[in-house]
Design a protein around this ligand. Sequence first.
Ligand SMILES: [Zn+2]
Length: 257
Amino acid sequence: MVLIWFFLLGSVIGSFINVVVFRLHSKESITRGRSKCPSCGHQLAVKDLVPVVSFLLLRGRCRYCGNLISWQYPLVELGVAILFTIVGFYHLGFSASFLDSNLFILFRDLLAVSALTTLFIYDLRFMEIPDEISLPTIVACFLLGILGGMDWRIMLVSAFIGLGFFLLQYLVSAGKWIGGGDLRLGFLMGVLLNWTSLIFAIFLSYVIGSIFALWLLITGKAGRKAQLPFGAFLAPATIFSIFFGQRIVDWYLNLLR
Ligand SMILES: [Zn+2]
């Protein structure tokens, strides 16, 4: 079962994403330096770094200082593992034959879900969408799309629709509703989605965002003026739309006819 390999690869990438998020924020080198416990600074051994498994075996505590390990680690590892499995299934089905599938688009989707997950966690934690992630992802996904036989003009048009939509709000609100990072994310969404699923993704992110805001208001966790991590709604909506956007749009248009 090739899907198991997607799952394992995803859990390793998820573990890497956890490292990237924190090191990017503290401006540490991502590739250099061994992983350390954020509480006691003890260097971690390979047995402490097995995705999900280590967390369970250690019962969520550091082997050296006993402090609690954030739930973010196993959740992201598991989440990316599941997303990679979905990408694998979406492209290969049960056939497990790579020959029938478009490897460039398969790779683009793996890259896209990894980058979007990174942006999602980063925006949730630090209320910012780092260009170090969004800009290289735009270039890479655009090139992989062309290699995979997609029309670069169509990708560019929907990318500019994504950019334009957020640029409009950015200008109207003088940068108060959304930040500059959201503009780059909007462009990336357009590269990944055609314009109909792009509109669906934007709509979906507003639905997720409204539910989240309502929940904050009801539970009293934040006042009316609290800033919302908008990228944290756009990222999952984009991932969802990569796989289901077109189907849902088609289904909806059929209803209208
Ligand atoms: Zn520790």
